[in-house]
Design a protein around this ligand. Structure first.
Ligand SMILES: Cc1cc2nc3c(=O)[nH]c(=O)nc-3n(C[C@H](O)[C@H](O)[C@H](O)COP(=O)(O)O)c2cc1C
Length: 159
């Protein structure tokens, strides 16, 4: 039998970074704070991005088949906080955030450490999050710095 408490405690020990995942659908853009992200292949370069099926961004990735990950700096906790609220509740999350559109048309945060842009090459649908397998088709470094880690924020997303 699954020990629920043990499962939660131990899964929360998986280390994560924090990213803003930029998405688009036609002319509309959005973004959300993502942590369930990791590299999944060297050649071709793949990352996996696990996205809540109920989020607005999920539908946008499904439709456009692209996403961008902006890598946040250790001091950018406030920026991460802005993007973990749903667009349907707070409206345009990019209103007072400087960004530009990448090759995929997805928004990239100008003040982030850098970014990767991905084309979805696989989709794994089992639980409440969809695993989007993205091939990295563009990348850029804006500046040097330490990445923002979930563990440093005191927030939890996991368990
Ligand atoms: C610390 C933290 C990490 C998160 N990581 C993820 C994640 O990896 N995947 C995901 O789908 N949502 C994640 N979320 C939740 C989304 O940011 C949240 O559902 C957001 O409101 C979705 O926005 P949207 O509806 O505008 O797309 C995380 C939230 C927090 C607070």
């Amino acid at each position: 039998m699954l020990d629920e408490q043990a499962k939660k405690t131990i899964l929360r020990k998986i280390p994560h970074g924090l990213y803003v995942c930029g998405v688009k659908d036609g002319d509309e853009v959005n973004g959300f704070t993502a942590s369930w992200v990791m590299q999944a292949s060297f050649q071709p370069p793949l990352v996996v991005n696990c996205v809540n099926r109920n989020s607005g961004s999920h539908a946008m990735i499904q439709s456009s088949q692209v996403f961008a990950l902006s890598f946040l700096e250790a001091s950018q906790k406030e920026l991460a906080q802005k993007f973990f609220k749903p667009q349907r509740r707070v409206g345009n999350k990019f209103e007072d955030v400087e960004f530009y559109l990448g090759e995929t048309g997805c928004p990239i945060i100008s003040d982030s450490l850098g970014y990767v842009e991905c084309r979805v090459v696989g989709t794994v649908e089992h639980g409440d999050h969809t695993v989007f397998v993205g091939e990295v088709i563009a990348a850029g470094v804006h500046r040097d710095g330490e990445p923002l880690l979930l563990e440093s924020t005191g927030w939890q997303y996991g368990g």
